[in-house]
Write a protein that binds this ligand. Structure first.
Ligand code: ADP
Ligand code: MG
Length: 736
């Protein structure tokens, strides 16, 4: 018996655990991680080290205030960066950016220049600051037709320059934003940076209003828990669905799935651990602070989480992490699968975005969502908490849109991930405090007493334990940060984080106004704060939910509360265009009206493309892999029945015939539905508007694909193992 699947299984059996060499010092001792962490980045330390003091300060000013660098300074920086890069063996540089494709883009350029016949290495200030890649092949959502075809990348000096190593050379990557000729954002990063700017401005104003005069800068901090699957490459290569769309379009359930619950936090298989260690090694050199690793719920599912960083750096680092994870997987004979739902019936993958705000003062950095030690600190905490809830409540539809990624639809609300309804979980203790504040009456008369009686003075005891029990909420407070858990595992985090930053910035602005009015009217500051907190908590009551978000009761309850429940991406994406969303983006100068429409278009287009590819892929797999296997089975069974009855005419072959009938009926059903699929896809192709296409794909094509899959999976259970060439779930998920 032989087929390609069996060959793959044999090959996997012979795989070795891959060893790589850690860097060593002169005496041959392995370096500590802290000794090579960030070695391939031009980070703050190398900047301080390499740049003249005044140049360093000007660069820092650019980073923190967005002030333009003058040409001299840029040239000096470029020269020193070039020296640094050449020392590291770099030959090329590129502007590294995040077009709206879900991944990163780079166009390499050599340092090599020839002048008067003389070759030398050159890198100028203008090459550092700006570049002009051919923008026409990146999605722009109509921006190009409305505006101009040209696009520019511009250096984002707040994210460290890094060196990418490959087998035969090194390339210096300059993190950049990607904008059109007129300055419209064409990428994921520019809006994120704009949202951070507004959040900084509004949060600082609020802090100054409550008397924190030495607050200098507020940044959103983000730590991304990244889930993923590993599948042996030998299997992966035999699954065109995994290769083309990142998820399996057919595949029968294994007899043992997650039922035994033995995988979560179990011991990590040696080959996988070796992989994780090499991923971390590569990331450390890039200055990406990978911190935790463990098994996840599903077999062959794992997670990596870094130490949190400023939102834009975290966004860059998550893109890098996904890329490095994919690349290193090949070295270990694995494929890294980042899709939200690679295997039906098995838990999918998410990307919890842990989010908070940090303020820099003369005394260092403080987490604004960390309950404090004094009543004042706790009032500040409650203000920030309330403002966050206010932002989330008003823009819950937009937050749902921000996580509307094609793969995420298979996961949201599938009793393994938060539902498509956005609500906030606070944990019992904090929720009790909110309830008390809501009911509290003696604020005006005796603010000090109110602070104590409402529990405001003793918030420090909010323990992580207390908040971490409910894993079903899409936006949960976990001690000193919110965790946006509904983000898909394969998505860039920039847009979801842009939306959270923007929504909270807007709410903070309104809270500040309300506060200022009260103070102006002669209220004591603490009274005014407590009143605003109360007002906001009352206002956001409907978005708070402490129960089980997976339950049907919650779906009904949420409907009563008027919270949107947008089940599928196409309807969720429409939320980008609501008046509230438009006001948010344009009002805070994060996206212009044209940019909003462009993004809406790109999101729909991505959905349509992804699903169309899946549809075509499924059709092809049915035609070229599944039908032929079933035909073989049919022939073999028919031949056997004929052979038996020829030898002994009176043999009872009713069971064999029943088997043949089952196979034949299954095949007929498969072929009929397969024909329908082509018809549907053709019809979708003829629709004019992207919105209609998206809806047709979601409501007609996807259900049909699921039906086809069900028939195919039934056949998989009957057809001889030898004829079935597609690696099965029981193999992909259990053999490594
Ligand atoms: P979990 O129980 O969800 O695994 P962890 O404490 O391990 O929680 O943290 C998960 C992520 O949250 C990590 O990436 C961590 O760096 C990040 N995190 C912790 N504090 C903050 C913060 N103040 N802002 C943003 N992210 C944070
Ligand atoms: Mg986790």
């Amino acid at each position: 018996m032989s087929n390609q699947r069996f060959d793959a299984i044999k090959l996997i059996d012979q795989r070795q655990v891959r060893k790589f060499d850690l860097p060593q010092d002169e005496r041959g001792n392995e370096l500590k991680v802290s000794e090579y962490f960030g070695a391939n980045t031009f980070n703050l330390l190398s900047q301080k080290d390499k740049l003249p003091k005044d140049v360093f300060q000007k660069l820092q000013a650019t980073v923190h205030t967005g002030k333009k660098l003058d040409a001299d300074v840029a040239n000096t920086i470029a020269h020193l960066i070039k020296e640094w890069a050449i020392e590291h063996g770099v030959t090329h540089f590129c502007h590294w950016f995040q077009p709206q494709t879900g991944s990163t883009a780079e166009k390499h350029d050599a340092f090599l220049t020839i002048e008067d016949g003389k070759p030398f290495e050159k890198f100028s200030g203008s090459q550092l600051i700006q570049s002009e890649p051919d923008a026409s092949s990146f999605p722009s959502g109509g921006m190009r037709t409305t505006f101009e075809a040209r696009g520019y990348t511009a250096w984002d000096p707040s994210s460290p320059i890094f060196i990418m190593e490959s087998t035969n050379g090194k390339t210096m990557c300059i993190p950049s934003v990607f904008i059109s000729y007129h300055g419209d954002a064409l990428d994921e990063k520019a809006p994120l940076l704009r949202s951070m700017e507004v959040l900084n401005k509004n949060a600082l104003e609020l802090l100054h209003t409550i008397g924190e005069k030495n607050a200098k800068r507020v940044v959103p901090t983000v730590g991304v828990e990244q889930e993923y699957f590993l599948v042996d490459r030998a299997f992966f290569n035999l699954r065109p669905d995994l290769v083309m769309s990142g998820r399996t379009l057919v595949g029968g359930q294994p007899p043992r799935g997650q039922q035994l619950e033995d995988h979560y936090f179990g011991s990590i298989p040696p080959r996988v651990l070796a992989y994780m260690q090499e991923v971390e090694f590569e990331l450390y050199k890039l200055g990406m602070p990978a911190k935790t690793r463990h098994n996840e719920v599903a077999p062959m599912q794992f997670e990596m989480a870094p130490i949190f960083e400023e939102a834009n750096v975290a966004a860059d680092h998550n893109q890098l992490a996904m890329e490095v994870m994919r690349r290193v997987a090949t070295r270990h004979g694995f494929a890294n699968i980042l899709h939200e739902k690679p295997f039906a019936g098995v838990n999918g993958s998410g990307k919890h975005n842990n989010w908070s705000m940090a303020v820099t003062t003369d005394h260092g950095e403080e987490n604004l969502l960390e309950p404090g030690k004094t009543p004042h600190e706790n009032l500040r905490f409650l203000l920030m908490l309330a403002a966050t809830m206010k932002g989330v409540m008003r823009h819950s539809g937009l937050m749902r849109a921000a996580i509307a990624y094609p793969g995420n639809d298979h996961r949201l609300g599938a009793n393994e991930a938060p539902p498509a309804i956005i609500s906030v979980f606070l944990g019992q203790q904090l929720n009790d405090i909110c309830n008390k504040i809501e009911a509290g009456t003696n604020i005006e008369q005796n603010p000090e007493a109110a602070v104590i009686s409402l529990g405001v003075s003793k918030i420090p005891s909010v323990s992580k334990d207390n908040t971490d029990r409910n894993r079903t909420s899409p936006f949960a407070f976990t001690g000193n940060k919110f965790e946006f858990r509904a983000v898909g595992s394969s998505m860039p985090i920039s847009f979801p984080m842009t939306v959270v930053n923007a929504a909270v910035a807007e709410a903070i602005g309104e809270v500040t106004e309300s506060l200022k009015k009260r103070v102006k009217a002669g209220k004591k500051l603490d009274v005014a704060i407590l009143e605003v907190v109360k007002e906001t908590i009352v206002e956001t009551r409907n978005v708070r939910f402490e129960g089980n978000n997976y339950s049907d009761d919650w779906v009904r309850e949420a409907e009563r509360r008027g919270l949107p429940n947008l089940k599928r991406a196409p309807e969720a994406i429409e939320q980008v265009l609501t008046p509230a969303s438009k006001k948010l983006f344009t009002g805070l100068n994060i996206l212009s009206d044209a940019e909003i429409h462009s993004r809406h278009h790109v999101m729909l287009e991505r959905y349509v493309k992804k699903l169309s590819i899946e549809g075509e892929m499924l059709a092809s797999m049915i035609d070229t892999m599944i039908v032929p296997a079933v035909l073989k089975e049919q022939t073999a069974t028919a031949t056997a029945i004929r052979a038996i009855t020829e030898v002994a005419r009176s043999t009872d072959v009713s069971e064999q015939t029943a088997r043949l009938t089952a196979v034949t009926q299954g095949l007929n059903e498969l072929l009929t539905k397969r024909k329908d699929l082509t018809a549907h896809l053709a019809r979708v192709g003829k629709l004019e508007h992207e919105t209609d296409k998206a809806h047709a794909l979601a409501n007609e094509v996807l259900p049909l694909m699921n039906q086809i899959r069900a028939v195919s999976d039934r056949l998989e259970d009957v057809v001889s193992d030898e004829y079935w060439t597609l690696p099965k779930y029981r193999e992909m998920l259990f053999l490594a």
